[in-house]
Design a binder for this molecule. Structure first.
Ligand code: AMP
Length: 418
C-alpha cells in the first residue's frame, strides 16, 4: 500500500524550491532594511499559550488547532500562528533588544485544521514581523509600509491596503452592545457559529464568510463611531503617517481579524485576483498581549502573510522568481586519466562556489553530453585523449554551441571570469 501525503499539505519539489528561496530571501532583505532581526521559535508550544492569547472563541482555537498529548500527558499544539510564540519568547528571554522597540521577523510553517482550498492549507508557510514596545502610530505606519514594500519588491501592484481601528476594551463595551442589539432581531437567520458568537464575541459576526450572515452584517453599526478619543487620535495618527509615506489605503470598518488579541489598528493587503482567499497579509496592534503573557504593560504590532498566496499571485501575473541554480559547468571526460584530471578541476570549482556537475558514471561521451543538456548546464568542459596529450580542455558554450580550446592551467580563471 502506498502512503500519501496528508490532506491540505504539499511537497515543495526541487523544480519549485528556488521560488520559495526567492520569497524567503526577498522578505529577509526587506526586513533587514528596516533593521528587523530574525527570531525562530519551536513548531509546537504549550496549547495554553494559544488558548489564552488567540482566544477560546476564535475559529483557530475552537476548530483548527492541532492539539496533542505527549508521553507525560502534557497538552501541546502545533503552532497555528506566530505572534503568541514570539511574545512568549520576548517575555521569557527579556528581549528588550534596543533603546527603542524590539523588531523581530520570522519565517516558518504554521498549522491549522481548516478546509483545504486554493490559498488555504493545513500546513502553510508564514512570513511576518513583530514590533514590540511602542504604541506610537508612526510604528503602525512603518510596519504597514514594510509590508507594502515587500509586495512591491516582488513585482506585485494590484493589491489594496485596507485599514481599520478595532479600538480597545473601553470602546468595545459600547460597540459590542450595539452589535448585539443590531443582530439580535436577525438571530434566527444567522449561521450556528454566529449565533454563538453573538453572545461571546459579537465583532466576529462582521467577519463571517456565510453569505446570509454577510448580507445581514452589511448594515451593522460601524466600530469607527464607537472609538474613544484615545483610539480615534491613534487611528488619525496612523492615517497621517501613511499619507506622509505615500501609502494609499481605504478604510474598511469590517476588518476585525479572527484573533482576540488585536486592539486599535487592524489592516489587510487584499489581492482581488485570488478569489475567496484574497488576503495576502493580515496584521494589527495588540495592546494587552505582552502583559497577558507575563510581560510588562507594553503594546506591539505585527503582520503575517502566507508564501502560498504570494506564489499563486506571482505565477498568475507571470512575475520572475529569479533563476534556478543550474550548473555553470558540466565536466565530460573519456578515459580514466581524463577523469582524474576532471575530478581535480571539479573539486576546485566546487570549493570556489561554482556549481558543477558530471556524469562520469556514463562511459560514452555522447551519454555524458546528453546529461549536460538535461541539467541545463551553461558550459561543458570536455577532456578526451587529445586534450589529455596537450594538457587542454574543450570549453563549450551550451547555448550558442561555440567552443574553444583552453589550457588546463588557464581554464579556472577563464570560467571564474564569466
Ligand atoms: P492570519 O494569521 O489568519 O491573520 O493570516 C495571515 C495570513 O496568513 C493570511 O492573510 C494568509 O496570507 C496566510 N494564511 C492564513 N491561514 C492560511 C492557510 N490556512 N493557508 C495558507 N495561508 C494562510
Amino acid at each position: 500500500m502506498s502512503v500519501k501525503i496528508p490532506r491540505g499539505t504539499f511537497d515543495i519539489l526541487p523544480e519549485d524550491s528556488y521560488k520559495w528561496t526567492f520569497l524567503k530571501k526577498s522578505f529577509e532583505q526587506i526586513s533587514r532594511n528596516f533593521n528587523y532581526r530574525e527570531i525562530t521559535t519551536p513548531i509546537f508550544e504549550n496549547a495554553g499559550l494559544f488558548e489564552r492569547s488567540v482566544g477560546d472563541s476564535s475559529d483557530i482555537i475552537e476548530k483548527e488547532m492541532y492539539k496533542f498529548q505527549d508521553k507525560k500527558g502534557r497538552i501541546f499544539a502545533l503552532r497555528p500562528e506566530g505572534t503568541a510564540p514570539i511574545v512568549r519568547s520576548y517575555v521569557e528571554n527579556n528581549l528588550n533588544m534596543a533603546a527603542n522597540s524590539s523588531k523581530l521577523y520570522y519565517i516558518g510553517p504554521m498549522f491549522r485544521y481548516d478546509r483545504p482550498q486554493k490559498g488555504r492549507y493545513r500546513q502553510f508557510y508564514q512570513y511576518g514581523i513583530e514590533n514590540i514596545g511602542s504604541d506610537d502610530p508612526y510604528i503602525d505606519a512603518e510596519v504597514i509600509l514594510l509590508g507594502k514594500m515587500f509586495l512591491e519588491k516582488l513585482g506585485l501592484n494590484n493589491f489594496e491596503l485596507q485599514i481599520n481601528s478595532i479600538g480597545c476594551a473601553n470602546c468595545s463595551k459600547d460597540y459590542d452592545r450595539a452589535l448585539q442589539e443590531y443582530f439580535l432581531p436577525h438571530k434566527q437567520e444567522l449561521c450556528s457559529d454566529c449565533r454563538k458568537r453573538l453572545e461571546i464575541n459579537p465583532k466576529r459576526l462582521l467577519d463571517c464568510k456565510v453569505l446570509s450572515c454577510k448580507e445581514i452584517a452589511k448594515n451593522a453599526p460601524s466600530n469607527l463611531d464607537f472609538l474613544d478619543s484615545d483610539c480615534r487620535d491613534h487611528f488619525d495618527g496612523v492615517q497621517k503617517y501613511l499619507k506622509m509615506m505615500d501609502v494609499s489605503f481605504v478604510i474598511n470598518p469590517k476588518i476585525v481579524r479572527g484573533l482576540d488579541y488585536y486592539t486599535k489598528t487592524a489592516f489587510e493587503f487584499i489581492e482581488n485576483s485570488l478569489g475567496a482567499q484574497n488576503t495576502l497579509i493580515g496584521g494589527g496592534r495588540y495592546d494587552g498581549l505582552v502583559q497577558q503573557l507575563g510581560g510588562k504593560n507594553i503594546s506591539g504590532i505585527g503582520f503575517a502573510g502566507g508564501f502560498e498566496r504570494l506564489l499563486l499571485t506571482m505565477e498568475n501575473e507571470k512575475l520572475s522568481f529569479g533563476e534556478q541554480n543550474n550548473p555553470k559547468i558540466f565536466m565530460v571526460a573519456r578515459g580514466e586519466e581524463a577523469k582524474i584530471s576532471g575530478i581535480n578541476l571539479l573539486s576546485k570549482f566546487r570549493r570556489e562556489n561554482i556549481t558543477s556537475e558530471t556524469a562520469f558514471e556514463k562511459s560514452s561521451m555522447k551519454a555524458q553530453m546528453k546529461a549536460a543538456n538535461r541539467c541545463n548546464a551553461r558550459f561543458c568542459l570536455i577532456i578526451g585523449e587529445e586534450e589529455m596529450r596537450n594538457k587542454t580542455v574543450v570549453f563549450k558554450n551550451m547555448e550558442s554551441g561555440n567552443q574553444e580550446i583552453v589550457s588546463v592551467e588557464a581554464i579556472f580563471e577563464r570560467v571564474s571570469k564569466i
